[in-house]
Design a protein around this ligand. Structure first.
Ligand SMILES: [Zn+2]
Ligand SMILES: [Zn+2]
Length: 179
């Protein structure tokens, strides 16, 4: 039952653990570095992983580092934006006979999707909102255009205040000489 959800996602980078599981605890092997990508919530994650897998007494321990990229749209101006991410992986995957609640299990055929682990590691450190780099200007709170609210041409004087405004000293006359 537990594996049904995992099985519905296509594996990104499946590793056959059979040779390692045939060894006693203490065996270890380093995977060739690999790169995978996947879409999460409309954003593209590219993960380059360096991973080592150690045999434990109840499964394997998967240790490594992932570097990658998160690509999507800037939360402010909605143009494409991206950021670099980096994360560590340290997961134990258990053999079925040692299964416990919530544990990561080694799948049928002794496969573990280390690509999925790499993408999930980046997902944990993802930026909640992407921003342009260098930062795009703040959007106008009045009309949504590409200028600060204080420069907005739509920032007219409230008609109810217009009469009052003529009574106030004008401090924003353009071109007024300073000093
Ligand atoms: Zn932007
Ligand atoms: Zn504006």
């Amino acid at each position: 039952m537990e594996s049904e959800q995992a099985a519905s996602l296509p594996p990104l980078y499946l590793v056959d653990l059979s040779p390692l599981l045939a060894e006693p605890s203490g065996g270890s092997f380093a995977l060739e570095p690999f790169t995978v990508e996947d879409r999460l919530d409309e954003e593209l994650f590219t993960a380059a992983a360096q991973i080592r897998i150690d045999r434990t007494n109840r499964g394997v321990r998967i240790v490594g580092t992932v570097r990658g990229r998160q690509e999507g749209l800037c939360g402010r101006c909605l143009t494409p934006a991206a950021t670099q991410l980096e994360a560590d992986i340290d997961e134990e995957a258990l053999e079925q006979r040692h299964a416990t609640d919530g544990a990561l299990l080694i799948g049928k055929g002794n496969g573990v999707d280390v690509g999925r682990l790499a993408v999930e590691a980046l997902d944990l450190v993802r930026h909640l909102v992407l921003r342009c780099a260098p930062p795009c200007p703040e959007r106008c709170g009045l009309c949504g255009a590409n200028h600060p609210s204080s420069d907005c041409p739509e920032r007219g004087i409230d008609p109810r205040m217009a009469g009052l405004a003529t009574l106030l000293p004008s401090d924003d006359d353009e071109g007024a000489p300073i000093g």
